[in-house]
Design a protein around this ligand. Structure first.
Ligand code: TZP
Ligand code: MG
Length: 211
């Protein structure tokens, strides 16, 4: 069993160290949390397993006092080792059924959907959220399929019973569009990680989401 009690309109920071532009990684994340981020995903594609676990543990300690859950991208072993709050997988990562068996009860499981077939299949899975990916075109991740755009998000909202997250190309100018067309979780990399002030950026995004 997974949790499916995510409150509406969460601001979800997905980390990317290069996007932090040389600034201290932990400083960027903590600033963003103080500015209004409510969930954090540690997404590391190039760290060794040991370094990934060390980073996850340190981040977990930072996030604990804020009561902000830490989700690990791709790696169930890293999530278990660091006692993280959940795992996010894509369509070519570990299958939901296996992940669900390996994770203790109550952990968050997020899954990315890149096509209408993915959305339909995900109805069979007891996931915590389904990520509509990418919502808009983005330079941050280039190995992606065609963006869903707002019409696609509306289609997913009509055809999925899951809590929806939206990721890709979201900034202060378009976040409200995502939030009012079915996404309860808004996931962001560069508009927070690369902002001059991650605190201000998160604060502005949170306000723009509800205005
Ligand atoms: N998955 C789909 S798009 C994306 C990921 C990790 C990157 C989103 O980055 P940004 O900078 O918020 O567009
Ligand atoms: Mg993945």
């Amino acid at each position: 069993m997974t949790t499916n009690d995510t409150p509406v309109h969460q601001l979800y920071l997905v980390t990317d160290e290069p996007a932090c532009l040389g600034r201290d990684f932990y400083w960027v994340v903590e600033e963003a949390v103080q500015g209004g981020v409510t969930m954090v995903q540690l997404r590391e594609k190039h760290l060794s397993t040991r370094a990934f676990i060390d980073r996850a543990k340190r981040l977990k300690d930072i996030l604990l006092p804020y009561n902000v859950p830490l989700i690990i991208n791709d790696r169930v072993d890293v999530a278990l080792a660091a006692n993280a709050d959940g795992v996010h997988v894509g369509q070519s990562d570990m299958h939901f059924d296996m992940l669900n068996e390996m994770l203790p009860e109550g952990k968050i499981i997020g899954l990315s959907a890149e096509s209408e077939e993915d959305v339909v299949e995900a109805e069979n899975f007891d996931i915590s959220y389904l990520a509509v990916s990418p919502l808009f075109d983005t330079p941050t991740k280039t190995d992606i399929k065609k963006p869903w755009e707002i019409a696609g998000l509306q289609w997913v909202r009509k055809n999925s019973t899951h809590t929806l997250a939206a990721i890709g190309g979201i900034n202060a100018n378009n976040i409200r569009q995502a939030a009012t067309n079915g996404a309860e979780i808004i996931a962001i990399v560069s508009a927070i990680c690369s902002a001059p002030s991650p605190y201000e950026a998160a604060f502005r995004l949170k306000s723009a989401m509800h205005d």
